[in-house]
Design a protein around this ligand. Structure first.
Ligand code: C2O
Ligand code: CU
Ligand code: CU
Length: 493
């Protein structure tokens, strides 16, 4: 099977490399490493029909060999593009040594059958065909796919399994956006040893989740991007890291947000910087109107413990030594990192920002509201557990029952005693943020991940529609999800 796929990709000469020599149980990097393949797929005549194989492969990360989990041999996985109304058929073959599956993050499709059914599991050496049709009125936007096999998700995401799923549509037809230069940026971090093998155990931290020291954009370290002089650059960003936060800023250039997780906002919003937590996407425009020199896309330091560490939260815990906490604290108050370098290239006739994007209707007042508490606890001898409403995930329990064709408000309250921030994510139905800590949200946007900070209750509004069945909401720090911060929601007619 591996051989067949490699032949298809024209990499038959690498066939032997996959079974490369072992020295004391460690695979050595081969002398030939496949380049980062950039094979992408676009639907044709209303159909996207592809084979995807998950398997370990040697790829290059920032010029160095790395042995990672790949989709069709590449990291990130192939970018998939489709239009509203298209049918998607993906034959996923699992050539890993552990079970896996696929989740279509952010797509509004059925959570059942062979669509976005995260309860399916594909054992090693087996294959499953996913098939679904995007609703005709599906918003255009930046979505993505990744494994969602409970207990393995963090490991597989950290090993490289993630790819973009782009829905092309109305937003792309706005003249200024159409004329902009478009770049996709998948942000991933990896922890590798000197031989290019993963160091997952050393990087695992139950509170922070796993973070690696090698930060990549599309598998590259500090790539160079070009801005057309006078024109617009459109960056479509995805945080595909299992737990790393990115606080992005481009030297001398504000970012103009045009779309969030679920698609277009009504008009561009100027941002000096952008926090992208795991799973979030942002679509931003950059004006090429500065001195034509080099500008760095920076990742600014961000302290994920924030006030929680300083407040009383720690005091009751009593199980963490001060030194240990200090180490963790430092790891997250990092230096400024350069993620990419932007250079001015060519020139175009001046291209203004679009004034209007697509209208976004605020959801009507709900008939029903509920609150969900996020917390963590120390289990004696077992480390941390992360909880929704006091309970860890149990696949046999239904935690939340909703009716379709209704609107609900959910108040998300983070009472994490360790002061951890949690990016909350809901499948299938996007939501609008109504308020954070009592402050109304300044503009209406469709989201599917939102950061819930300790001590800052956050209200989201959700319209459940179109699809019945079971799915989940969870923390998008997948170590937290694997340690319990997930719950089952059942949608009924
Ligand atoms: Cu991107 Cu349930 O996840
Ligand atoms: Cu998701
Ligand atoms: Cu979390």
């Amino acid at each position: 099977m591996k051989r067949r796929i490699l032949l298809e990709l024209g990499l038959s000469s690498l066939g032997g490399v996959l079974l490369s020599d072992c020295v004391q149980g460690q695979r050595l990097p081969p002398s030939i490493v496949s380049p980062n393949l950039t094979k992408n797929y676009t639907s044709q005549g209303g159909l996207l029909d592809i084979n995807v194989e998950a398997y370990y492969n040697w790829v290059t990360l920032g010029g160095k060999p790395a042995n990672l989990m790949t989709y069709n041999g590449q990291v990130p996985g192939p970018k998939l593009e489709a239009k509203p109304g298209d049918t998607i058929r993906i034959r996923l073959r699992n050539n890993l040594t552990q079970p896996t599956n696929l989740h279509y993050h952010g797509l509004h499709i059925a959570p059942t059958g062979n669509a976005d059914n995260i309860f399916l599991s594909i054992p090693p050496k087996e294959q499953l065909t996913y098939e679904f049709t995007l609703p005709k009125d599906h918003p255009s936007g930046t979505f993505w796919y990744h494994p969602h096999r409970h207990g393995f998700t963090a490991e597989q995401l950290f090993a490289g399994l993630a790819g973009l799923f782009i829905v092309r549509g109305e937003l792309d037809e706005i003249p200024q956006i159409k004329a902009a230069k478009e770049e996709f940026l998948v942000l991933q971090d990896f922890g590798l040893d000197n031989n290019g093998n993963q160091l997952i155990p050393h990087h695992r931290d139950q509170m922070i989740g796993r973070e690696g020291s090698l930060v990549t954009l599309n598998g590259q370290v500090n790539p160079t991007l070009s801005i057309p002089r006078g024109g617009l650059l459109r960056l479509r960003l995805l945080n595909a890291s299992p737990s790393r936060f990115y606080r992005l800023s481009l030297e001398n250039h504000p970012l103009y947000l045009i779309a969030t997780d679920g698609g277009s906002i009504a008009e561009p919003v100027e941002l000096p910087e952008l926090l992208l937590t795991p799973g979030e996407r942002a679509d931003v425009l950059i004006k090429g109107d500065r001195e034509p020199q080099q500008y760095r896309l920076l990742n600014l330091p961000y302290d994920r413990f924030g006030m929680g560490m300083m407040g009383g939260g720690m005091m009751g815990g009593g199980m963490m030594g001060g030194g240990m906490m200090g180490g963790r604290f430092n790891r997250n108050t990092r230096q400024v990192e350069t993620l990419a370098t932007l250079v001015y290239q060519g020139s175009t006739s001046p291209l203004p920002l679009p004034k209007q994007l697509l209208p976004v209707e605020p959801l009507p007042e709900p008939k029903f509201s509920r609150s969900i508490e996020l917390s963590s606890t120390m289990m004696r001898g077992m480390g941390m557990a992360f909880l929704f409403n006091g309970q860890p995930y149990d696949h046999e329990r239904i935690d939340t029952q909703v009716k379709i064709n209704t609107v609900e408000d959910w108040e998300l309250i983070n009472r994490d005693r360790m002061g951890m921030e949690h990016p909350f994510h809901l499948h299938i139905n996007p939501f609008q943020i109504i308020s954070r800590n009592g402050q109304p949200e300044p503009y209406v946007a469709w989201k599917d991940v939102v950061l819930v900070r300790p001590g800052e209750p956050l209200k989201i509004r959700i319209h459940f529609k179109d699809f019945v069945g079971k799915t989940v909401y969870h923390c998008h720090i997948f170590d937290h999800e694997d340690l319990g911060m997930m719950a089952t929601i059942q949608m009924t007619a």
